[in-house]
Design a protein. Structure first.
Length: 302
């Protein structure tokens, strides 16, 4: 029996004046109750109860301990009640970090549903391509693409997004349309690197059933998604990106998809929370909600 259960048992024995009645009320065998009190007295190194054939009453130390136990259990009950109220009507500020395309194209169009369900939660979204330190910067959770490298974070998969390779019609008119990844040696790409990290992102394909990485040359590198797409629109090279970032440009012809026969392996998207921080109810509710949003749009993660 843990200490909290032992406290509850002790207070009920004092209040009822009986081991048998207290044990019955708590659904315990009398022998278990007797053993638990003996262990409690041994740990405290004092006698708490005087037992006779007719009644059970506290010693002087037992009475002092009982009064403290009543106070502790009352405080605990109040705290649990407050948490139950929060769980029933969660409130507070929820800080979420995510890529701008995920915010604008996936989360924000549906966020009104979350607000309607939990109107007392204030949502603060920060968007960008910088890898935010969740713990240091006080962020509750983050939605990120790629395989998490930080072991201090817990990842819940949301989806696996396909990627497209595309370029402007002007670029393709000048350099030609590649028909195979091997032809990319004669092309140039807009490079993308992670801000604050020495990480470059090459193109990836599935060729003959095998994953293949291709480094495509080029003269321009950027570190945010908006500039990446803008560079492609201005004819500076090929880019590889999930369609949610370029759908409207593919539809109106300002960008053209190429190498459709050689799909990328897919980019995992996850929602991350700090491993050593117990998520507040509002965080758990948002993670469950956003997982449903991604599943409806992209299917369950692979």
């Amino acid at each position: 029996m843990d200490r909290l259960d032992a406290l509850r048992l002790f207070t009920r024995i004092v209040e009822l004046g009986s081991f048998t009645r207290a044990a019955g009320e708590l659904g315990l065998p009398r022998a278990t109750a007797t053993h638990a009190i003996k262990q409690l007295e041994a740990r405290l190194q004092t006698r708490l109860l005087e037992r006779t054939t007719r009644q059970v009453r506290t010693t002087a130390d037992g009475q002092l301990y009982y009064e403290r136990c009543v106070h502790v259990l009352a405080e605990l009950e109040e705290a649990e009640g407050a948490l139950r109220e929060v769980a029933a009507r969660p409130r507070g500020t929820l800080r979420v970090e995510m890529h701008g395309n995920h915010a604008a194209c996936v989360v924000l169009p549906r966020l009104g549903e979350f607000h309607a369900r939990y109107p007392d939660i204030e949502v603060v979204i920060s968007s960008g391509d910088r890898l935010v330190d969740l713990v240091r910067e006080g962020v509750d959770c983050a939605i990120r693409s790629g395989h998490p490298r930080d072991s201090s974070l817990v990842a819940r998969p949301l989806a696996t997004l396909r990627e497209v390779v595309c370029a402007s019609p002007g670029y393709l008119a000048e350099f030609g349309t590649p028909a195979h990844p091997d032809e990319l040696a004669r092309h140039r790409a807009v490079g993308f690197f992670a801000p604050g990290h020495d990480i470059d992102y090459p193109f990836e394909f599935v060729v003959d059933g095998r994953r293949r990485t291709v480094d495509v040359g080029g003269w321009l590198k950027v570190n945010d998604a908006r500039s990446y797409v803008a560079a492609a629109l201005h004819g500076h090279g090929l880019i590889q990106i999930p369609p949610i970032g370029v759908e409207k440009y593919l539809q109106d012809g300002r960008l053209v998809e190429v190498l459709e026969a050689f799909p990328a392996p897919g980019v995992p998207v996850s929602v991350l929370t700090p491993r050593h921080r117990q998520p507040a109810p509002r965080v758990r509710l948002f993670v469950d909600w956003v997982a449903g949003v991604y599943a409806e749009r992209f299917g369950r993660p692979a």
